[in-house]
Write a protein that binds this ligand. Structure first.
Ligand SMILES: Nc1ncnc2c1ncn2[C@@H]1O[C@H](COP(=O)(O)OP(=O)(O)OP(=O)(O)O)[C@@H](O)[C@H]1O
Ligand SMILES: [Mg+2]
Length: 221
């Protein structure tokens, strides 16, 4: 669907490190001299303050995209996109999202997209994050916490991604603890073997200091 190469970052749920992983992918590519555009279909929870996802992504990519160009739908309440739209008295248009993602990618070497919540989160009750990812046809990176419970959540997400014909480029365990225990270390092998996918371990980053971030390059195309 897009002429630009890119990556779609999803996660095993909400607050699992998607933004951190997407920011690092964007930063890595930008650091290698590529022009990077970023996209996030819906941002919610702006009322909670702090740096919003589209702001972090823009900063990491060194992009000059506007808020609207990165995230066409933005809501104050920390709720699912379909509910955020309902509370704002509007409807999210899949066509507008596809057009905005295409426009963001135009002229860039790489598009980094962050999903919203987990892979089956509704953008509308008839159009899920999964459907948007499928429409963009980008390889998928899955952010996941490294500890207890992650095998099931990660494998469910791997299956859901592959079920719509998309490839899973990598699973990223984040934040990877300084002293991983037996569970965390065992989870790497379990997810790699059962999911047939490579796992990266991402230590805790100082988000304010991108110059200190390690590289993370996982592009399948
Ligand atoms: N490697 C890491 N380094 C620093 N902080 C991390 C790391 N991984 C996760 N976190 C922290 O975990 C929390 C959730 O991360 P993040 O905001 O990236 O999740 P998300 O999946 O994008 O959430 P949302 O569903 O709200 O978009 C944040 O406070 C983030 O700073
Ligand atoms: Mg996020």
């Amino acid at each position: 669907m897009l002429r630009t190469s890119g990556v779609f970052v999803t996660g095993t749920g909400t607050e699992v490190g998607k933004s951190v992983v997407a920011a690092l992918l964007a930063r890595t590519a930008a650091g290698a001299g590529r022009s990077v555009a970023v996209f996030k279909p819906v941002v919610s929870g702006l009322d909670e303050g702090g740096e919003a996802d589209h702001e972090l992504l823009r900063r990491a990519a060194g992009s000059e995209q506007s808020d609207d160009e990165i995230a066409p739908y933005r809501y104050g309440a920390p709720v699912s996109p379909h509910l955020g739209a309902e509370l704002a008295g509007e409807a999210i248009s899949p066509e507008r999202l596809r057009g905005a993602a295409r426009a963001a990618a135009e002229g860039a070497d790489l598009l980094v997209v962050e999903g919203v919540g987990g892979f089956l989160v509704p953008l509308t009750l008839g159009y899920l994050v999964r459907d948007f990812a499928r429409d963009l046809a980008l390889p998928v990176v899955i952010a996941a916490p490294p500890g207890l419970g992650t095998i099931n959540h990660t494998l469910l997400t791997v299956e859901a991604v592959r079920a719509v014909g998309l490839s899973v480029a990598r699973v990223v365990f984040t934040p990877w603890p300084q002293r991983p225990g037996v569970i965390e270390r065992s989870n790497i092998e379990a997810v790699e073997r059962l999911g047939g996918v490579g796992v990266e371990m991402l230590p805790r980053l100082d988000l304010a200091a991108p110059a200190t971030w390690p590289a993370l390059a996982v592009f399948a195309n």
